[in-house]
Design a protein around this ligand. Structure first.
Ligand code: AMP
Ligand code: MN
Ligand code: MN
Ligand code: MN
Length: 282
């Protein structure tokens, strides 16, 4: 069993990179990728754990993109966290995230929600602040009953206080990832758009944009959706990747490796991705 998607305190998870490596070892995972949102900050600590665990630790990232006017997440797996050009690009994203966050605080205040930037930033263990921390702050303020309620009423992708990050296209993201030595994978396609979204045509477009795989194994999927994305990957000759999207305490009931309990990403996926990476080498 492997897990190619999780988060640490360097984005919106609650576990340190060391704790994730130890959890992977305890769970008997053959491989674990750390894929924090728009940051490489946790990867040095994560990779430093390699000598003491049997689990193969894979450096990764989850990039926030815009596709068809909505948020699409793209995973970069096996990227080189020291690649200078990639680091500059990610640093630029970090600055844009700070600007976006401040603009979202202003919008919430205009809407009459008296939440402050200091309150939100204090909830983030590192200087990477995301909407997950906004949701907590809104609950603490009594402006929302739960994080889910905060996303639904204010800051979700369709919420009135949501402001997207920069307009990174999937093609640009795939190019950045490939130039940094990695492979690009479409994250949780089942969470994009509504249930009736026609993924067949869109995914062919994303493949042409440079995506080598898609997340066919994901905790939120029902059996039908799981089968659909496995078949879609097969029909487009894309790697059926997957992972738990573990966020620690920010997503209770979700565990590394097994997700909500039934997730199982086959070991063979790792070699398929490595083969794709070798074939694509730029
Ligand atoms: P950001 O990158 O700051 O825009 O925040 C995006 C993060 O917020 C995602 O990675 C999720 O962890 C979380 N998120 C987005 N939408 C929802 C939602 N509807 N319910 C719960 N968490 C969400
Ligand atoms: Mn997240
Ligand atoms: Mn995501
Ligand atoms: Mn994620």
């Amino acid at each position: 069993m492997i897990d190619l998607h999780c988060h640490s305190i360097y984005s919106d998870g609650t576990d340190t990179p060391e704790a994730l490596a130890d959890l992977a070892q305890a769970a008997g995972l053959r491989a674990l990728a750390l894929t924090d949102h728009d940051t490489l900050e946790g990867l040095e600590r994560f990779l430093a754990c390699q000598p003491r665990v049997d689990t193969e630790l894979v450096p990764g990232i989850e990039l926030s993109c815009r596709f068809l006017g909505r948020v699409l997440h793209v995973l970069g797996l096996f990227i080189d966290p020291r690649d200078a050009a990639f680091r500059t690009r990610i640093e630029d994203m970090r600055e844009r995230r700070i600007d976006r966050n401040r603009a979202m605080v202003a919008r919430l205040q205009e809407m009459g929600v008296p939440v402050t930037w200091e309150e939100i930033a204090a909830l983030a263990p590192t200087d990477s602040v995301s909407r997950t921390h906004f949701a907590r702050a809104l609950v603490n303020r009594g402006a929302a009953g739960s994080p889910q309620d905060a996303f639904r009423r204010f800051i979700g992708d369709d919420g009135p206080a949501f402001i997207p990050l920069r307009e990174l296209t999937p093609a640009e993201a795939a190019r950045w990832i490939r130039e940094a030595g990695g492979v690009a994978v479409v994250a949780h396609p089942g969470r994009f758009g509504n249930r009736n979204f026609r993924w067949d045509e869109a995914m062919a477009e994303l493949k042409a944009a440079g995506m080598a795989g898609l997340e066919a194994h994901y905790p939120d999927y029902g059996p039908q959706e799981h089968r659909y994305f496995l078949e879609l990957a097969a029909s487009l000759d894309m790697v059926p990747s997957g992972g738990s999207d573990y966020h620690g305490g920010h997503k209770p009931g979700q565990y590394l490796g097994v997700g909500t309990g039934s997730l199982h990403v086959p070991d063979g996926v790792l070699d398929l991705l490595k083969a794709r990476r070798a074939a694509e080498k730029v």
